[in-house]
Ligand binder design. Sequence first.
Ligand code: GLC
Ligand code: GLC
Length: 814
Amino acid sequence: MQYGYFDDRNREYVITRPDTPLPWINYLGCQAYFGIISNTAGGYSFYRDARLRRITRYRYNNVPFDTGGRYIYLRDDETGDYWSPSWQPTHSGLEQYTCRHGMGYSVIGSQRRGIAASTRYFVPLDENLEIWQLTLSNQRLTRAALSVFSAIEFCLWDAQDDSTNFQRNFSIGEVEIEDGVIYHKTEYRERRDHFAWFACSGELAGFDTQREAFLGPARGWDRPAAVERGESYGSVAHGWAPIGSHHVRLVLDPGETRQILFVLGYQENPRDQKFDPPDSQIVNKKAARPAIARYLARENADAAFRKLRDYWNGLLGICQVNTPDIHTDRMVNVWNAYQCMATFNMSRSASFYESGIGRGLGFRDSNQDLLGFVHMAPERARERVLDLAATQLPGGGAYHQYQPLTKKGNNDVGGNFNDDPHWLILGVAAYLKETGDWSILGEPVQYDNQPGSEQPLYEHLQRSIGYTLERLGPHGLPLIGRADWNDCLNLNCFSDTPGQSFQTTTNKDGKVAESVFIGGLFVLAAKELAAIARHSGHADEAAGYLAEGARMEETVRRHGWDGEWFLRAYDDSGNKVGSRECAEGKIFIEPQGFCVLAGIGLEDGLARRALDSVRKHLATPHGIVLQQPAYSRYYLQLGEISSYPPGYKENAGIFCHNNPWVTIAEAMAGNGEGAHDYYSRINPSAREPISDVHRCEPYVYAQMIAGRDAPTHGEAKNSWLTGTAAWNYHAITQWILGIRPAYDGLRIAPVIPERWTGFRAVRRFRGVTYNVTVRRQGPGNGVTLIVDGRPVAGDVVPAPADGRTEVAVEATLG
Ligand code: GLC
Ligand code: GLC
């Protein structure tokens, strides 16, 4: 069953009924001002940091699920009938409803009793504001007298404090209203230098800024008293809950269409120019006024919208493919790339499943996110790499997370997740392969953000490798620390007290538990660093890293192989985890995927055996589960993984993030059919027909799909912010379609299903557009290249020597 359809030409997903199984959301903004918007206009906005600069309030875990948002109410002033054109919050019957989620915008349109309303929500590029463009048209045969009300609820900036510290917060809310613009200025009188404003293009019949007045006693957003009676109260918030609501009255002739714009913005002032006049307590609005005037004019809003569309067309145009599979095309050309922008911006901070309060940017997460993002905006990727590296600790370890606003490591969680430092090497390698910008290696970067500690980025990578070499366990495998990629495999945290953190309650000395996964990751990172060293004139060091990688590979083969698959780990007692000897959790996905990805066992059949074991024990029609058998009880020595009921999250859920590792591993092993099959099982577009089972958005990946041990097998959760986005993008574009940036050019090495006769692709790479045509001539994966009519040896297309910016590549497979 479906709740909408893909409009591929317009790059939109069109939702055709408002009661989707879960809120189906979109992101507004992609630079500094962000919003989340659901298909019924729920959600909130923030500036840079979803915790510390929350502009509008949102109550998580609400009933109904998605309450609070960017609401508009319409009222028929002749009959008193009122409704929400976005369905929520009034839930009034609509004769028509569509929500079009597009690239950085959403349009929610509906009709009730002959009044059509459509609102386009977006954040213009390079601005700290959002525009709601409401178009109303009267389809009746008679005149319509209407009232329009807007409504948002302001957050008192710090989202955490806002939802807990009521004894203070109920007394601090403040607003100003000037020329019909509502200014939210809580705490501005003291230490804040920022405020929000909410403006409307229509002539105001009234306004409200106090929630209690607007809603009336004991009422919710579904029945505001002001809307019901058709008149605002003119309330001015002192304390309690400041809101922004405008009231506009208009009369529409039959067939007439009118547009009203609402603009919500964020403004910072220099500290010495906060007030106007300077000795007053009145907000200095000078800096905000030009934007208010500009975007309340329809032609400027339209121009900003066109600019946003052009921007996205440009970004997506960097890689476009045309394959025999519509789901592949749709995800690569539009939605997967789009989701990679969201994960780049949000890491794992703000979605409908991440409150924006808990986690900042994850070190390992953000490094991996680069894999799917770097080709779109390399300058921003560069900045991110340097920011991440600056939080690295002098010993080579890393803070697990950092706050986007301060860019400093988060002390609450700290470090000692022993996989973390290696992802930096993978992130930098991806950046270098895409851009060829070797200058980044010489950039001076601080450790732990300490001024004076600057060392070249290259040295940071060296310390990442050194970190593991100084932390090898009894078998010579890397010690796991608090956890590796699997945050829930906590082999040094024996936690028996409710509420304790599974990750930070470290009560074992950490000198025994080892991770085979980090072993595989280390092998890959060492190879990548060796290649980086070789290409940047450090040939000796390259040889050293290769030797370290080879040594670790030997160790993994000797102590990390269980007979039919790779082991997962050794626990604090030296017992195996992920072995046929275990009663539960005999086989795990992560080491199978990552060891093969590191190249271990590709030559001698070990890799094939590991992958066959995955197929036999872990693969389901909905994707590959994390381990089997699921843990049926809590194991003190394994930690959080066994805390989840079987089939959910890391306990044998389909943790989508690691599925593409196996996809890539299959491609590396030459199995195009198998690779694309796994790719398709979790492809959201391919799952669209089972939206009633999948339940999350069919246009983006979710972190998890319930595994076969769960009663709800196939149900997705935690959509949007997941490493799945970058890894799947990487898997399909670089390994299945095989268009893979390399240090010395663009590699074309597809490993596609046998039944595919070929595909076409356009890829912009280092300023050159490669028009790639792949044709299958025989069943194998061997590649013969003809570049601009001339044969080229090998599978790498070198950069054109003569400054051409357009290259035709014909690849024959067989
Ligand atoms: C979450 C975390 C990620 C971790 C994964 C597996 O997605 O953000 O860092 O690797 O879970 O535990
Ligand atoms: C929990 C989640 C895991 C996530 C971690 C982040 O352990 O189960 O997926 O990575 O929190 O801290």
